[in-house]
Each structure stands twice: as C-alpha cells, then as structure tokens.
Design a protein around this ligand. Structure first.
Ligand code: GDG
Length: 497
C-alpha cells in the first residue's frame, strides 16, 4: 500500500529569485509528522503549490528538486487566481472557517464561493485520480477539501479514503445555517474514515447527521470509534487529537544555541517575568480580548508594574481578507493604548512582534516565558499550548489555557483554565500564574509535559492509520439509531493525572 496525502497547500514554499524559481521545505506540525510516513510508504503529497500560474514557472521541473530532498513525491494542483479567490479566500475562509469556529456573523454565504469550492475540489480529485494506484490509502486534510470523496469514489472504487478535520465541528444550531449543509454532510460520509480533534467535535457531527439525515444508523466501532451507515455506505468516525513532535521541540529547546539566545533575551528583559502569546493573525485566537485582559490585570494589580511583560507574537496571515486587516489595526490600537497607559522608563508592558520568527527564535521565546497565555475563542486543538510545554525542559512554567481550545481536553487538568471572554478571570489568572512558587509550578508542568510526550504526533498518525484499516465485522448487538440518547461514547483521551 502507498500513502497519498492531500491538503490545500503542498509542504513546500516556492520562491522566485533573480536565478528563477526554486523551493524550500515548508514547516509546521503536519509536515513533520507526515514526512517520515510518506517516505516510508513511497508516498505522494497532493496540494496547491501556493503561487498562481506564472508563464516562467515550470511546476514539475521546479518541484523535482524538492522531491529528491524530501524522499516523497509532490503532485501539484495548479489553481487560477479566480479559483484561489473563490475557493480559498471565499468558501474556505469566509464561510467554513468562521462558521466552524461559531462565528456565523462573520460568514459571507456567497453562492459563487460554493460553485468555486465544488470546481476546485473536482480539480484536486482529478490529480489524486491520476496519481493513485489501486490499493493506495488517500488521506485528505482539512476543511478546504471536504468534498473530494464523492468524485474519488467514482474513479477509485477500491481505494480507502480518510479525512481529518483540523478545526472544530460546530453543533447543529450553527452548522444548519450553512446553505449547503446537506451536501457537506453527505460528502463527508463518503469517506471510509473521518477524524475529528475532540470527542465534542465528533458528537457535534453526529448530532448534525441526526438532525439533517434522519435515516442514518449508528453503531459502535472498534477502539472508541463510531460507524455511521447512510444510504449504501458505512463511514467510521473517531476523535484523534493531533500532537506535536515532542522530542524535536524538547531537543531544540535543550540545545546550546537556544540556551545562549535565552540568556540574551533574559538580559534584555531585565529580570521581568515574561507572559507569552503566539498566534497566527486570526480572529479566532482572541488576541484583542487577551490584550484587554492584560490591561485589566495591570489596572487591578499594581504589583505587576515593572515586573511583568507580555510578549505577543502575531504571525501575518490571510491579509488579503478585510476582517484580518481590521483585526491587525485593532490589535495595534489596543497595544498602543495599553503601552500609553502604563509604560515607564525601563518598562514597556506589551512587546508586540508582528512577523514570523524562526523556529529557533520561537523555541527561545517558549523557554524564556514564565507563563504561556493561550486564550483562543475557539480552536480545533492549538499546538502552541503543546509546544510551550514541550520546550520547558527545565520543568518550570505555567500554561493558562482557554477552555475552548481542543487541547484543553488533554491539558485542562494541569493548566490554569480560563474562559477567554471573562476578562476579570483571565486578569486574575495572569496575576495568580506569575505569583506561583517553583514548588507550585513544577508538578503541574511535569504532568503537562508527560501528556504532550505520550500523545505526540507520531502516535496520532499511527492511531489514524490503524483506524483506517478495513473494518472488523461489527458486533450484532451494538446496532442503534443515531439519537441524542445514543451519543457516541467519547474516545478515551487520556487526561493528565
Ligand atoms: C490549525 C487549527 C490545530 C506560530 N508562529 C510562528 C510559528 N508558529 C507555528 C506554531 C504552531 C503553528 O504555527 C500554529 O498552530 P496552531 O495549532 O496554534 O493553529 P493553526 O495554525 O490555526 O492550526 C488548530 C492545527 O491546525 C493542527 O491540527 O491545532 O486548532 O486551527 O505550530 O509553532 N512558527 C514559526 N514562527 C512563528 O513566528 N516558525
């Protein structure tokens, strides 16, 4: 069996220089996790190369070099600028992204976007069909490509098809606003396996199926999964919380180069305690609320003055979309307001970094930080929370975590859990976190690190692929209608103990 991974973007970055086009490897948890599996299984990654068509760009030739280095193949799906606008900026990021994060008021349900999404999903499917051989496992990633299975089924009847949703799945009250709700659900049920980040997302999906497709039948599957039968097909559903490459982060954090950088940063910070926020520029990450909460902390707890600094890294993202430009302006305004209110010679309360920093610099920030303030309004998982823990190789540090991040299911028992909308409680959490003694901080961080280590990204890949194995015969007595009373048993997600 070979593995085909399909995602919106290929795991490479194409760049144009005076010498022509060339590639450099992409970064991120998914690339790190899947690269070794792909090379072991003679795999191929299918995705959009990230740049619009250019006359002087020979995609196959440019990507050939990257293929040699990475040990697996790349199959590009070229998109026109119009397709990229309608499918990516439109349907994916102005409809599904806000809706699935419970922010339906930000949705723009433009019918053209749906048309573009259907066309582009068909284009992706065509490249997969051309690339796949009978028996290959096709693993599709994320909300941009929910509609691939229908077309793949027609042309690849013997291949197993898996899908993993990296973002949350909303409850029926929100999902039902989607004009194409029935199509999306039916499309997802055409996969053999659909994976979600948390048991809550899985339960929401089943509730939506129950609401919109009343004939669907639900049974227990192996290892906490659920089997849903609809029309002539059965789909396995499960919760597979994504992890990080713990060892890689821990090794970089323990390296001499990072230790040296942390020493420099500490000297720059002049003994202040550092509270760290790291986010892509996105309204789901709750950055304005976080900054307001920090402002409240400074107003209510004068002992924080000159003693605590918030280091907020914001990585530019989706800046062609109006909401993201507005968010950037809003963040800059609050930062300047708070700094104007509290700055004294020798102390600027918020350091705002608006750019991407290198992996090594990011790890140095994680190590430097006494407290990580991870307060998304809603998040599929949130890898920053896990990376922060992995990087505390001295066993110290405090994680303040939003109850609405998927990672709270695993880390909530040893983190300081907050409602990100509750500014006063978040302010108190910051004050509490910086007041803890090492004796109070260390046991919780030990538990957090153990949990992140034991549920790393390699285990995630293994669990998903194992669940995608052809099904055992279902037990005759486990049949039941999809109903509220018959909610799926949540997959056991080990909490820290
Ligand atoms: C989606 C879901 C889910 C950030 N700044 C820099 C940088 N980063 C890296 C972090 C982390 C990643 O970006 C962000 O991951 P998150 O999980 O926090 O968020 P999304 O990008 O929204 O990801 C999310 C995830 O998919 C995986 O399933 O957890 O819920 O929304 O890895 O390290 N990396 C570098 N410089 C930066 O400045 N090098």
């Amino acid at each position: 069996m070979r593995l085909l991974v399909v995602s919106n973007r290929l795991p490479v970055v194409l760049e144009q220089t005076d010498q022509g086009w060339h590639t450099r490897p992409g970064s991120g948890g998914l690339v790190t996790a899947l690269a070794p599996v792909l090379s072991k299984w003679d795999g191929t990654w299918v995705g959009w190369p990230g740049v619009p068509h250019a006359d002087d760009l020979d995609l196959d030739r440019t990507l050939a070099g990257a293929v040699m280095e990475q040990g697996y193949k790349l199959a590009p799906v070229p998109l026109t600028a119009d397709e990229q606008r309608g499918f990516y900026e439109g349907f994916s990021n102005q409809i599904i992204w806000p809706l699935f994060h419970d922010l339906q008021s930000l949705c723009n349900f433009e019918p053209e976007y749906w048309t573009s999404y259907v066309t582009v999903n068909a284009k992706f499917a065509d490249v997969v069909v051309r690339t796949a051989r009978s028996g290959d496992f096709v693993w599709v990633h994320d909300y941009h490509l929910m509609g691939l299975a229908a077309r793949l089924r027609q042309h690849l009847p013997l291949n197993r098809l898996g899908f993993f949703l990296h973002i949350p799945f909303p409850p029926p009250g929100i999902f039902c606003k989607l004009p194409w709700r029935g199509e999306v659900l039916e499309d997802l049920l055409r996969y053999d396996l659909v994976g979600f980040q948390t048991p809550r997302d899985l339960a929401n999906f089943i509730d939506c199926v129950r609401t919109l497709l009343p004939g669907a039948r639900k049974r227990r599957g192996p290892r906490g999964t659920v089997r849903l039968s609809h029309r002539d097909r059965t789909c396995v559903l499960g919760a597979f919380p994504i992890g990080i490459d713990f060892q890689e982060f821990a090794d970089v954090a323990a390296s001499a180069a990072v230790a040296e950088r942390v020493k420099e940063l500490r000297a720059d910070m002049q003994g202040q305690r550092v509270v760290l926020g790291v986010d892509r520029l996105d309204y789901t990450k709750g950055i304005p609320y976080r900054l307001r909460a920090f402002q409240r902390a400074l107003r209510r707890f004068p002992d924080l003055h000159r003693n605590v600094t918030l280091l907020q890294v914001v990585v530019p993202s989706r800046e062609s979309v109006q909401e993201y430009q507005d968010l950037k302006a809003q963040i800059e305004q609050i930062v300047s307001q708070v700094n104007g209110e509290f700055t004294q010679p020798g102390w600027v309360p918020i350091h705002h970094v608006f750019r991407s920093v290198s992996r090594e610099e990011l790890v140095a920030y994680y190590r430097l930080a006494d407290v990580a303030l991870v307060t998304p309004l809603k998040d599929g998982m949130n890898l920053v929370a896990k990376e922060y823990c992995a990087c505390q190789c001295d066993g110290d540090g405090v994680l303040i975590l939003s109850e609405f991040a998927g990672s709270a299911v695993q880390l909530g028992r040893a983190a300081v859990v907050v409602n990100p909308y509750d500014l006063d409680r978040v302010a108190e959490a910051v004050h509490y976190a910086v007041s803890l003694t090492p004796q109070q901080r260390r046991p919780a961080m030990r538990k957090l690190r153990r949990n992140v280590r034991d549920h790393d990204v390699h285990r995630w890949v293994g669990a998903f692929l194992a669940a995608a194995e052809p099904a055992d015969r279902p037990r005759a007595d486990s049949d039941e209608r999809a109903s509220p009373a018959g909610r799926p048993r949540p997959r056991e997600v080990t909490g820290v103990s």
